[in-house]
Design a protein around this ligand. Structure first.
Ligand code: UT7
Length: 319
């Protein structure tokens, strides 16, 4: 028995914030942001849009694309760093919005790697025959935890949600997943929670990032997890149709593609339109490509991601 992605969905808030608009908020320029990150714009959630609101909308679309009844879903996994409440889980809020009472629901905290971590958990449940149809959602309202006066972080992130339905199948879907973390880097990229934030004298939400240092480790680590994934499957880059990387910075994406000798035509890029949406970035890019008909059923995809923790992960699959 395998697990396979049988439906994808995504949701982006209506409001778009361009680099030009940011120029009137902090000392920055469209040119600097594009040159250093590749970002042109990002979406910003409305006041009444929480992570679960965005996540439920993406999930509804994924269920519709999967062509199953929502009552066939038997587990909800939500990856988010911007949960509706400290507890209960955002997955419980999504379950409530979808009207799925009694269905197992929990969140995964692995920052930008959360969605692929979630996929790896879903894969285990399905392959062992425990569950049949699992919703895996990545959803973020990062705009709520940004310091809009800090130009080194506020220009980088955006809001959005992406989801997949993973189902039991006799046909091979997920080939392997790989998950790693190294807590020695907890202080290079983080956001304090309310309690610790007050203790640390952080009076409003904020993302702390030593961008340069994160960048270097990200490039090195992503290259190594890509190698690890191909080796584990006895494959080479010629066997991969599409690379779907976490969308943090176009320069990191290009560096990983170069290391893999993968032409950029085979790399999904959405960072220009969405900014860094953390756990939502991979399912957003995947859904966009599937709906546009760019990625087709039967093709081989390599997903790779890196974020706070540091935590990093990859998945190799046939769609
Ligand atoms: O998603 C999780 C993983 N996250 C990442 O992978 C992010 C990794 N890091 C990065 O993407 C990049 O390090 C950044 C995009 C965050 C920054 O790019 P950089 O090329 O590393 O720039 P820098 O931090 O070295 O800053 C260069 C200069 C600095 O000025 P000085 O000290 O050289 O005078 C900054 O103060 O650019 C300045 N700067 C800005 N200037 C205009 C920083 N932010 C801005 C800004 N607009 N928004």
């Amino acid at each position: 028995m395998y697990s396979r992605i049988v439906g994808t969905g995504s949701y982006l808030p209506e409001k778009v914030l361009t680099n030009k608009e940011l120029e009137s908020m902090v000392e920055t320029s469209h040119e600097w942001i594009v040159e250093r990150t590749g970002i042109h714009q990002r979406h910003i959630a409305a006041e009444d849009e929480s992570a679960s609101v965005l996540g439920a909308k993406a999930a509804e679309r994924a269920i519709e694309a999967a062509g199953i009844d929502k009552n066939e879903i038997d587990m909800i996994i939500v990856a988010t760093a911007t949960s509706d409440r400290l507890f209960p889980s955002t997955a419980c809020f999504v379950g409530k919005k979808l009207g799925l009472e009694g269905v197992a629901a929990f969140d995964v905290t692995a920052a930008c790697a959360g969605f692929v971590y979630g996929m790896s958990i879903a894969d285990q449940y399905i392959r062992t025959g425990n569950k049949k149809n699992i919703l895996v959602i990545g959803t973020e309202v990062l705009s709520r935890i940004l310091d809009w006066e800090d130009r080194t972080t506020c220009v980088l992130f955006g809001d959005g949600a992406g989801a997949v339905v993973m189902s039991a199948s006799e046909e091979q879907g997920i080939m392997s997943t790989h998950v790693h973390a190294d807590g020695s880097y907890v202080d290079l990229l983080y956001s304090p929670n309310i309690i610790r934030g007050q203790e640390e004298g952080c009076v409003r939400p904020k993302v702390f990032m030593k961008g340069n240092e994160v960048f270097k480790v990200a490039v090195r680590t992503l290259s190594s997890i890509v190698d690890e994934t191909l080796t584990a499957n006895n494959m080479t880059r010629e066997d991969i149709d599409w690379l779907i990387p976490h969308q943090a910075n176009i320069r990191i994406i290009q560096a990983t593609a170069k290391k893999l000798q993968m032409p950029m035509e085979q790399v999904m890029v959405t960072v220009n339109e969405h900014g860094n949406t953390s756990s939502a970035s991979i399912p957003l890019a995947l859904d966009k490509a599937v709906r546009a008909g760019t990625i087709k059923r039967g093709e081989t995809l390599l997903l790779e991601t890196f974020g706070g923790g540091f935590a990093w992960a990859s998945a190799l699959l046939k769609l």
